[in-house]
Write a new protein. Structure first.
Length: 407
């Protein structure tokens, strides 16, 4: 979802640079101030003068890359040095700001926390079309006219080697978020969910979820539910939950990821309000995701809801699964992900009954950066009789930029 955020958003004023820098050249700090030379940018050497518009920079870069012998046999590292290293540095850490014609911070490709989050498709979109295709600054030029798709992929394959730690799950394993099922991939997200009962009581329950990654495989989360019913005055706080999740197994080649996690659910709600159970509970679970061909995916979650007061309620088991497929508008547009979710719960008492619900739904990216998303669905009971629920969430991947960025 477009976490190549160091390309920036705003377009700062260009400032003259008094030294020509080519990829891989050693830099003498004194040259930054003393050399008399045409200004340089990461698109190749430019002619002197202030008229360095975006279109001029684009054209200069394409000419620079198209000159010289064919690059068919160039390695990804060689292509990276020719096309990218002047800005991003031969080591991937970014060139010094004093040598660039703009003040936008550049990404550190050796930072695994940054470099592993997004799938190849998002990196290639920005490399092929330029920063604006994902709501970033125009200083990131489009290389689609200068480099073939396989050459861009070679460069990206080289960039991937700059993060040597395989413990970080790759963004290709990050399937779309369902309405109920907890996915295995760790995230930095804020999600606002609203569920509305379609019956005479008109209960409305909101839930605020905050997720924070730490380390390569871990995630911490806080869930705060609250809501109200039509015939009751004021809102009610539900049962607040604190959770941890850790990726145990992940394989990019197989498209699989498995996590174990758990929540402690605090008795901040009240059963008689219909919002919360008013019991301290623990909820261990396992989550699994599998990426399938043609942008399809399946996800599963299973676990237990265990009250600490064994006399107040029975243990429950839950089973959740979802299957879906993502579609992209054109080559680089917004993403649509229709899904069908199946939910099962069963009390572990002697007379426990297995209850099933189905939840047809669709997630859509709302902005160019694709880090703000909407999911709308309907929870339909199959073999029991509570009212159906209309459910919607608004998701913000806050690591990828501010909520109002990238539109």
């Amino acid at each position: 979802m477009g976490s190549i955020d160091a390309f920036g958003l705003d377009e700062p004023e260009s400032r003259p640079v008094s030294v020509i820098v080519h990829a891989g050249d050693p830099v003498d700090p004194e040259d930054v101030h003393s050399a008399e030379a045409p200004p340089a940018t990461c698109r190749g050497a430019m002619k002197p003068g202030p008229a360095r518009t975006y279109e001029t920079l684009q054209r200069s870069n394409v000419e620079h890359m198209n000159s010289g012998p064919a690059r068919t046999n160039d390695t990804g590292e060689e292509l990276y040095k020719k096309a990218c290293a002047t800005c991003h540095g031969a080591n991937g850490r970014g060139a010094p700001a004093a040598l660039l014609g703009f003040d936008i911070p550049l990404p550190d490709f050796t930072d695994c926390n940054f470099a592993t989050r997004e799938p190849d498709a998002d990196w290639l979109a920005v490399a092929h079309q330029g920063g604006p295709v994902r709501g970033f600054a125009r200083e990131m030029p489009a290389f689609g006219d200068a480099l073939a798709q396989d050459e861009l992929q070679k460069i990206l394959d080289h960039i991937r080697t700059l993060c040597p730690n395989d413990a970080w799950p790759r963004g290709e394993l990050n399937a779309p978020r369902p309405l109920v099922t907890e996915k295995a991939f760790p995230e930095d997200e804020a999600v606002w969910t609203t569920a509305i009962d379609i019956d005479a009581e008109s209960a409305v329950i909101h839930e605020m979820l905050y997720e924070k990654r730490f380390g390569a495989r871990n995630q911490f989360e806080v869930v705060v539910p609250f809501g109200f019913q039509e015939h009751k005055q004021g809102g009610q706080l539900g049962d607040v939950a604190l959770g941890l999740k850790r990726v145990m197994l992940q394989s990019l080649s197989h498209g699989s990821i498995l996590s174990l996690g758990g929540e402690v659910i605090l008795p901040t709600g009240h059963k008689n309000t219909g919002i919360g159970k008013g019991l301290t509970r623990i909820e261990p679970f396992a989550s699994f995701g599998q990426i399938l061909p043609a942008d399809a995916f399946v996800q599963f979650q299973g676990g237990f809801d265990i009250p600490l007061d064994r006399n107040a309620a029975m243990d429950e088991a839950f089973f959740r699964g979802v299957a879906g497929k993502s579609f992209t508008q054109g080559d680089w547009g917004r993403t649509w992900s229709p899904m069908l979710e199946v939910l099962g719960t069963r009390s572990l008492g002697s007379e426990g009954v297995l209850h099933w619900d189905i939840v047809p739904q669709a997630q859509i990216s709302l902005n160019q950066r694709q880090h703000v998303m909407l999911n709308i669905g309907l929870r339909i009971p199959v073999n029991h009789y509570p009212a159906p629920q209309f459910i919607v969430y608004l998701l913000w991947e806050w690591f990828d930029g501010g909520f109002f960025e990238g539109w």
